[in-house]
Design a protein around this ligand. Structure first.
Ligand code: ATP
Length: 359
């Protein structure tokens, strides 16, 4: 095997079950790296409560310095708005990360797992959601939300769509499709009622199409997509859409696939990408060593794919595939944590995944 490539990652444990699932994730990633030619070096930094206790800020400058020094980040869950009111991050360190570091593309693969008793057993779709602007709420504002209430009975909500954000997002979508071997992008829109903003969004894809001749784009209206999706789950493999539609569609897909229990996600930009599970801090089981680390492990596989997308280095893709296959095999074999009916601890599950890599 060629000399190992060193891969340096920032790892932020987060709150609740965060420390348990990040430890398990590093066990799996390190093992996958060994088999594919990557040496994993993790630099830890605090986010959330631990950071607040030390510095009175849930995302202190010292943590930001670590993040800035690393392209890839693994970040455990944080609470949503439950930190003390004097937190300079206003209780949302995560939102700050996405906005400040321009993590404009949210990758949300959704797969049906038999253990989750899916409504639609063959769901296997990746929803790519624009993450920085659009209607939910508009993220272009320097601070606050894109909603106004000039009178008690009048509310205004803004949606801003810019050519610049659409261009970078569309390019990401094509590059993602190319790196993942996908030959179609389903661009979901509502241009019929939002002709200006969705016109700009669709235009970005149409302009780039000639540079990616092997990838076809299908324009599908959000209402058509939603009504046909449950019956045509196999027809949609890769969907690219604006912020609010992406939020709804990824959750709709998760619901049909049996819930967000195992759902991974990646928030990616030009300079950085953050692997993060879709589930929250699970305070009811935190500290017990029983949390299921699969979602964060699979998010880390997405991070490896992002490195592959940027560098073309096969070791990253191989590590991603190895992790995904090993998690699937382990869960299919019935070796699971209690949420999926098994009796493995978080760390035992990670070890079982590593053993699956050897098979
Ligand atoms: P938060 O306030 O951080 O969103 P929450 O409890 O409202 O936390 P989740 O953390 O998503 O929301 O948890 C919802 C339920 O799913 C809880 O019963 C939790 O124990 C369970 N859960 C979430 N993540 C996991 C996991 N990784 N392994 C096992 N159970 C989980």
């Amino acid at each position: 095997m060629a000399t190992n490539k060193e891969i340096r990652l920032a790892v932020l444990d987060g709150d609740g079950i965060g420390p348990e699932i990040t430890a398990a994730t590093l066990t799996v990633l390190t093992a996958a790296g060994k088999r594919t030619g990557l040496t994993v070096k993790a630099k830890r930094a605090p986010i959330g409560w631990k950071a607040y206790e030390k510095t009175k800020c849930t995302l202190p400058d010292s943590t930001r310095a670590v993040l800035e020094a690393h392209e890839g980040w693994i970040v455990g869950p944080t609470f949503a708005g439950e930190y003390p009111k004097d937190d300079p991050m206003r209780g949302h360190p995560n939102g700050f990360l996405r906005r400040h570091y321009k993590l404009f593309a949210n990758v949300r693969p959704v797969e049906a797992w038999p253990q989750l008793d899916p409504l639609v057993p063959d769901v296997n779709i990746t929803v790519l959601r624009e993450n920085t602007e659009g209607f939910y709420p508009d993220r272009n504002l320097a601070w606050g939300y894109g909603e106004f209430k000039p009178r008690d009975d009048v509310g205004l909500a803004l949606r801003v769509i810019t050519g610049e954000a659409c261009d970078r997002f569309a390019r990401f979508a094509f590059e993602f499709a190319k790196a993942s071997g996908l030959d179609r992008i389903c661009v979901v829109h509502k241009r019929t009622v939002l002709p200006q903003t969705d016109g700009i969004f669709i235009g970005a894809f149409e302009r780039l199409q000639s540079q990616y001749k092997k990838i076809k784009i299908d324009l599908v209206r959000i209402d058509t997509f939603s009504s046909s999706f449950p019956r045509a789950a196999r027809d949609y493999r890769f969907v690219a859409t604006t912020n609010l539609f992406g939020d709804i569609l990824s959750d709709q897909a998760s619901g049909l696939a049996g819930g967000v229990g195992l759902a991974p996600s990646l928030n990616a930009g030009h300079d950085h990408a953050m692997a993060q599970a879709v589930h929250g801090t699970a305070p009811d089981i935190s500290g017990k060593g029983v949390a299921n680390p699969s979602a964060l492990i699979l998010s880390t596989a997405l991070l490896m794919r992002w490195f592959y997308q940027r560098t073309g280095r096969a070791a990253y893709r191989d590590a991603a595939e190895l992790i995904e296959q090993a998690v699937r095999q382990t869960i299919e074999s019935g070796a699971t944590t209690s949420d999926l009916g098994g009796n493995l601890s978080t760390s035992d599950f990670a070890r079982a995944v590593v053993r699956s890599m050897g098979r």
